[in-house]
Design a protein around this ligand. Structure first.
Ligand code: PNS
Length: 166
């Protein structure tokens, strides 16, 4: 069978169990999977790119065909540079669909040779998002079960860091 390289792009601020579930599924479908963190985020991130990359690396180190990288600029330019065949994205609910469809069709217009593949995470993670994880944590709630344990630890450190700074 042909070698298929896929890219799983995102902000991953921070990686959630939903992302991890998708990475595991993607690693079984594709020969190689690169998890690519966008560096030029418009949003105000909680974690630096280096911190996000580190958490991704630690969370995926046991999956041999998965690597972590960063990219800036257009995703399709990065995909071409890596000679990737596919882009992997997760769809949790109907609400994700419109945004994902727009992005997939835009990317197809820009690079017709790169296919977007959508996977659904396990049902248990369909409500989990990085945005909600950040919000719950900043408001003092528990994110147990929503993120890998090492991310929970990093979130605790981050809150202390932010408190010390203010
Ligand atoms: O996890 P996110 O924040 O939903 O990921 C969004 C991401 C990084 C996949 C998307 O913003 C992206 O690909 N940005 C790169 C710029 C680009 O290529 N834009 C045109 C395609 S819509």
């Amino acid at each position: 069978m042909a070698e298929i390289l896929a890219i799983y792009p995102g902000s991953f601020d921070p990686i959630t169990n939903g992302h991890l579930d998708l990475i595991e599924r993607g690693s079984q479908l594709f020969s190689r999977l690169i998890v690519a963190v966008l560096t030029n985020l418009e949003k105000n991130p909680l974690f630096t790119v280096a911190e996000r990359v580190e958490m991704l690396q630690e969370s995926t180190h046991s999956i041999p065909n998965v690597s972590v990288d960063t990219f800036s600029g257009l995703l399709v330019d990065y995909a071409r540079q890596k000679h990737a065949h596919a882009l992997l994205r997760g769809i949790r609910a109907f609400t994700d669909y419109e945004y994902e469809l727009q992005m997939a069709l835009t990317n197809r217009k820009l690079a017709p040779d790169v296919e977007t593949v959508f996977l659904m995470p396990a049902l248990a993670y369909t409500y989990v998002s990085s945005r909600l994880v950040r919000e719950i944590f900043q408001l003092g709630g528990s994110v147990a079960g929503m993120v890998p344990a090492l991310v929970e630890e990093r979130l605790h450190q981050k809150v202390q860091e932010l408190e010390e700074r203010s």
